[in-house]
Design a protein around this ligand. Sequence first.
Ligand code: FMN
Ligand code: EPS
Length: 390
Amino acid sequence: MRYLTAGESHGPQLTTIIEGLPAGMPLLAEDINEELARRQKGYGRGRRMQIEKDTAQIASGIRHGLTLGSPVALVVENNDWKHWTKIMGQEPLELDEGEEVKRKITRPRPGHADLNGGLKYGHRDLRNVLERSSARETTVRVAAGAVAKKLLSLLGIEVASHVVEIGGVKSEVRNYKSISSLKEITENSPVRCLDPKAEVEMMKAIDQAKENGDSIGGIVEVIVEGMPPGVGSYVHYDRKLDAKLAAAIVSINAFKGVEFGIGFEAAHKPGSEVHDEIAWNEQDGYYRKSNRLGGFEGGMTTGMPIVVRGVMKPIPTLYKPLQSVDIDTKEPFTASIERSDSCAVPAAAVVAEHAVAWEIASAIVDQFYADRLDTLIDTVEKQRQYAREF
Ligand SMILES: Cc1cc2nc3c(=O)[nH]c(=O)nc-3n(C[C@H](O)[C@H](O)[C@H](O)COP(=O)(O)O)c2cc1C
Ligand SMILES: C=C(O[C@@H]1CC(C(=O)O)=C[C@@H](OP(=O)(O)O)[C@H]1O)C(=O)O
């Protein structure tokens, strides 16, 4: 499977085209809209999230609630567009006498894509960069991921996420009874955290950062349960599924690192405390006695839950600005800003969940016969059975 996204942050709409879905899969706009609404929640966001009410229109690929096997195109309108029609219009800009629009942006923000993007594409108005580099694009990544999640749920695979750290405040609760209990707790948490004590401290840290005109980052964890073993491959670097997940996570705006299972802790532990012992019983087949490697060995799923974490740096646009250089005058400046998020880690957890769901679904569709949903369900079940008896 593959998908493309298009759209500028303050343009009319965002679009994604998804190709390679099996035919006969039930899919409704509401499956996607529920996930879009989840991405919009989360403590620490700026005013933009009050303007947008993200909903997807299905433009193609579905008939009577089922996929056709043809490309699925989804569109999400930007409510904010109506305030930007002049600045973001596609026609050449013609101003009436005395009319002014905001002048071009010549002041790159440290940590954002502005300067590199400007010099790469030759844009001296840095708005041409920020419009597409904005994490507004993650809306349609979630829309595509929601479609992937729907497919996974039909194959008995569940994906969920939670926030494990914000601004140095760590969640001490990592255990959960089931994926559904994890979902219930995090859906009711403004910071998507399992630990009620840490939740309060995380919100305080976000308030404090906002008050200081600063921003904070954090760590999110995505969990996938129900994976059949042996998905991915060891035979070539670009077929390793853990590598694809790592790339998917780091491709999310502001994400700078990834770890699986105990992750970076493995660097200072002996092998006997890192590798997971293998066992077998009739009901489950092969399983690992622990899951320190987070569900992967050799670029392939072990059948244990996939546990992957991503680290998000603090938001670059700061009310307390850092120093930079105006690209027209070459003068240093420290500019104030109009609006920004102070922390988007809870929203980013939802984005990471969908980025992971996409890669997993895509790997399954690529590995098993997937023109039709019924045959795909059958083949995945056969793989589970084969692995149990192997
Ligand atoms: C959900 C989400 C919301 C974000 N909101 C903002 C924001 O309001 N202001 C900002 O400067 N960056 C924001 N970012 C981060 C920037 O988009 C990101 O830092 C920028 O695209 C540069 O990419 P890089 O940080 O990956 O190098 C957000 C990221 C995510 C995932
Ligand atoms: C619009 C979204 O996030 C935006 C991501 C973003 C950035 O620079 O990445 C900057 C902000 O945009 P604006 O300048 O319009 O307030 C965020 O609101 C969204 O998540 O839907």
